[in-house]
Design a binder for this molecule. Structure first.
Ligand code: NZQ
Ligand code: ZN
Length: 390
């Protein structure tokens, strides 16, 4: 196990009516709040009115910026930075999912920075200050409500890039599972694939003696496999929605990754897909992750056998471990398909004519290695995109 420091400052308020704490929690961080949201589901469901009322009751002044699109765009982040400076807001409240939260986090690190916010994503600068960010979560998926990173799409070249800093952990997250009842089945499933992938990125480590972390990851994955079909079949099943919502946070708040090297190649490979085809991130991961597993399992077959046996209950074939491994991957694909996700590029109507371009972009022209389980160059990434064809 590697040495580690783990500190998570996000205060979680979880349960029915959690959004009503918005005013009280926000008031602890300032007087003027930028209310940031997406394409309008929060208006249709009345959530925006409830949050606004709570903020007003607590005596906060409100400035609004809606219009965040899934795969959030840099142009709106820049607009938000200008608005937040002009209005001198003290904090940002993101009401929505990963896209809204990531947009809010980017505005928050952009406001005190003199240069252009893209510098952080381009690796040219490190954030030293941030405005505080609070969250009312409406979709369990990205885990951004308690994570240290954000992912933004630059329309100039359609590059989707992440940036992380401990400064970027939200100060509070209000999580009411009932707010997720309105999620369409497909969005719920995409969120499930994303949180599952966040665990897999940590599970597939080359680090020894990480048994506690392995068991925590396996327990979380088994729980997601059990609850997700129920949340989809019965959208108003509070218990299933609550477990899925909490799983999304646990999957990505860093706890499951302590003491181990993490991989993240599949996320980088997927980001090219969602940037180029505006595919939902979770759907892209349902395609990429099984392909990545098929490409890399020979690096550490025992870990893949452990995954198949402990997570999917595959009976171990002692003479032919490869069969156990492939059955584990097949069951993962089957799980994604059962909840309504694509597992091949053609399932998602994505043509195979840009695979080379994406492999080149993901590895910056073969100058960057992706992942740590098996560091991947451009030709490896192309091999994985080819396996995505099914
Ligand atoms: O725009 P609105 O009206 O809010 O509608 C959203 C959006 O269309 C809708 N939605 C959200 N909650 C709803 C709802 N519809 C009905 N009822 C509700 N309760 O769902 C759509 C998708 O929302 P989005 O925020 O894009 O989803 P998600 O949370 O999956 O976020 C995806 C983004 O997060 C990034 C992804 O790359 C992607 O850009 N990620 C961020 C991470 C992080 N910051 O730590 C890690 C992840 O790996 C991921 O990369
Ligand atoms: Zn993700």
């Amino acid at each position: 196990m590697l040495d580690f420091t783990y500190s998570n400052i996000t205060k979680i308020v979880f349960g029915r009516g959690a959004e009503e704490h918005a005013g009280k929690e926000a008031a602890a961080w300032g007087k003027k709040v930028l209310l940031h949201y997406g394409g309008g589901h929060i208006v249709r469901t009345g959530l925006k009115d409830r949050v606004t009322a709570s903020l007003q009751e607590a005596g906060l002044e409100i400035v609004e910026l809606g219009g965040v699109q899934p795969n959030p765009r840099l142009s709106l982040v820049r607009q938000g930075i200008a608005l937040a400076r002009e209005e001198r807001v003290d904090l940002i409240l993101a009401v929505g999912g990963g896209s809204v939260i990531d947009s809010a986090k980017s505005i928050a690190i952009g406001v005190p920075y003199e240069g252009d916010v893209w510098d952080f994503y381009a690796g040219k600068a490190k954030a030293r200050e941030t405005l505080p960010v609070g969250v009312v979560l409406t979709i369990p998926a990205a885990g951004s409500e308690s994570s240290t990173s954000a992912v933004v799409t630059n329309e100039d070249g359609w590059r989707k890039v992440g940036y992380g800093s401990v400064l970027m952990r939200p100060k509070f997250a209000l999580m009411n599972p009932e707010l997720t009842y309105t999620l369409p089945a497909y969005q719920t499933a995409c969120g499930v694939a994303d949180m599952f992938a966040h665990i897999l990125e940590r599970y597939f480590t080359r680090e020894d003696h990480v048994g506690l972390g392995d068991h925590l990851c396996e327990g979380a994955m088994r729980s997601i496999i059990q609850e997700a079909p129920q949340a989809i079949a019965e959208p108003e099943n509070y218990g299933a929605r609550a477990n899925i919502m909490w799983a999304g946070t646990v999957a990505h708040n860093g706890l499951l990754g302590v003491g181990r090297s993490e991989d993240w190649a599949s996320h980088a490979i997927e980001h090219e897909l969602s940037a180029m085809y505006d595919l939902a991130h979770g759907a892209g991961l349902a395609i990429v992750f099984p392909a990545w597993m098929k490409y890399v399992y020979r690096q550490d077959p025992e870990r893949f056998v452990q995954f198949a046996v402990r997570v999917f209950g595959v009976e171990q074939n002692f003479h032919h471990p490869e069969q156990t491994i492939l059955e584990g991957i097949r069951r993962l694909e089957d799980f994604f398909r059962r909840i309504g996700l694509p597992t091949t590029l053609s399932d998602a109507n994505i043509p195979a004519d840009r695979l080379e371009d994406m492999a080149e972009m993901a590895t910056a022209g073969d100058t960057k290695r992706l992942g740590s389980f098996l560091p991947l160059g451009q030709s490896d990434v192309l091999g994985i995109y080819r396996l995505c064809q099914g």
